[in-house]
Design a protein around this ligand. Structure first.
Ligand SMILES: Nc1ncnc2c1ncn2[C@@H]1O[C@H](COP(=O)(O)OP(=O)(O)OP(=O)(O)O)[C@@H](O)[C@H]1O
Length: 358
């Protein structure tokens, strides 16, 4: 029987390298691909540590592919990435929201673009080094399941994949803990066995995303007022893109108690400041829904939800309040419910679905 063909997305990191190796060992016909997503050639030459698609990432991935013995290609996805990730990222901040670019990259670039191109060239699957598992449920649907290690779990950023995408995806690393993955890499002499984990937002390597947005869009974002929830002016802010709901550091405001950003008002260019209690809320609405373990959800009690990547999760009541809208009412108030971030719902360790917080 012909073995199934799988295109592994290789970022040059240890996880995707081991993913490629495991699939090869399992008998798949494996092809390694690095997507070039944001750097231009000049930046690639300057970049010292490579990031996720710089020259050293490509060099590392190519050396891993040689070590494992698989064909390897670099493919250009810069247009897809610019349109679906960088533009969205900048627009979202300029509209007073806090985007999650990894979620957009996963759905639209890694899956929509890479998967479709891979299927066109005869692949059956794509694979990544994400810490998550994919299972087909008794109801016939595919769902992302928590990885065996809570410490590295990446399911939150994968809630937006479609059934078709899941049906054509493998995530072999989700069955392992990180130290086991490093050990497998060492034992196979993969040249990236000791490489550090990737951090933060890949296209803003220095972490200064406000400067990145101004440079990228050519816009100067104006200063404005910090205000109390009822409109009293507290001071001047540096421009709304510098802030996110729940933020405490770098405000330079004294309230007589701990001060947090509680709301960003793009129409009036105001950043609202409140105390800890004012930064906590019980209700959120979300749209751009995607359902996974079930086709749909109408109303349900005691659903486990995460409101950002590193949120420990909390229980809420979920109700469908529009064709493309759910309302989640938490059993306890939650700190920093942030427009633009995702709410991801879980059931027994499987992703039930999620959406974008309005
Ligand atoms: N530029 C890229 N080209 C191809 N695949 C990529 C690229 N960037 C990320 N991926 C895929 O997406 C997965 C998750 O990406 P993420 O940036 O979260 O990496 P990570 O968890 O640090 O994993 P790794 O150790 O493989 O870099 C990777 O394991 C890889 O399969």
């Amino acid at each position: 029987m012909m073995s199934k063909k799988v295109v592994v997305g290789m970022s040059g990191g240890v996880d995707s390298s081991v993913a490629a190796m495991l699939l090869k060992q399992q008998g798949y016909d494996v092809v390694g691909v690095t997507m070039q997503i944001w750097q231009d050639e000049a930046e690639e030459v300057q970049q010292e540590n490579g990031g996720c698609c710089g020259l050293s990432a490509v060099d590392d991935a190519r050396r891993v592919a040689e070590t494992i013995g698989i064909p390897y290609y670099v493919m250009n996805f810069k247009d897809d990435f610019r349109k679906n990730v960088m533009d969205y990222f900048a627009d979202s901040y300029l509209n007073g929201q806090t985007p999650n670019p990894c979620i957009a990259c996963n759905r639209y670039v890694k899956w929509e673009a890479l998967l479709e191109r891979s299927l066109q060239i005869g692949a059956d699957y794509i694979a990544t080094g994400h810490y998550a598992r994919i299972e087909k449920l008794p109801n016939g649907r595919y769902a992302i399941r928590n990885s065996v290690t809570a410490a590295k779990d990446q399911t939150y950023a994968l809630y937006n994949l479609t059934q078709r995408q899941l049906a054509h995806t493998l995530m072999p690393v989700g069955d392992y803990e990180k130290p086991q993955i490093r050990k497998l890499a060492e034992e196979a002499y993969l040249p990236v066995a000791h490489k550090a984990d990737s951090q933060d937002i890949c296209f803003v390597p220095n972490g200064d995303y406000a400067s990145f947005i101004e440079e990228y869009t050519g816009k100067i974002v104006p200063e404005g007022n910090f205000v109390t929830p009822d409109g009293k002016i507290l001071g001047r802010h540096k421009g709304i893109i510098h802030y996110t709901v729940g933020q405490r550091k770098g405000l330079g405001i004294s309230l007589g108690e701990r001060a947090f950003v509680t709301e960003i008002r793009p129409q009036t260019n105001e950043v609202v400041i409140g105390n800890r209690a004012q930064a906590c809320q019980t209700v959120l609405r979300a749209n751009h829904l995607n359902f996974m373990a079930r086709e749909d959800i109408q109303e349900e009690d005691h659903v486990f939800a995460k409101i950002r990547y590193n949120h420990k999760g909390a229980y809420c009541h979920v109700k469908r309040t529009g064709e493309d809208e759910i309302t989640c009412t938490f059993e306890e108030p939650q700190h920093a419910i942030t427009p633009g971030q995702a709410v991801v719902l879980y059931e027994d360790g499987y992703v039930l679905g999620g959406g974008t917080i309005i």
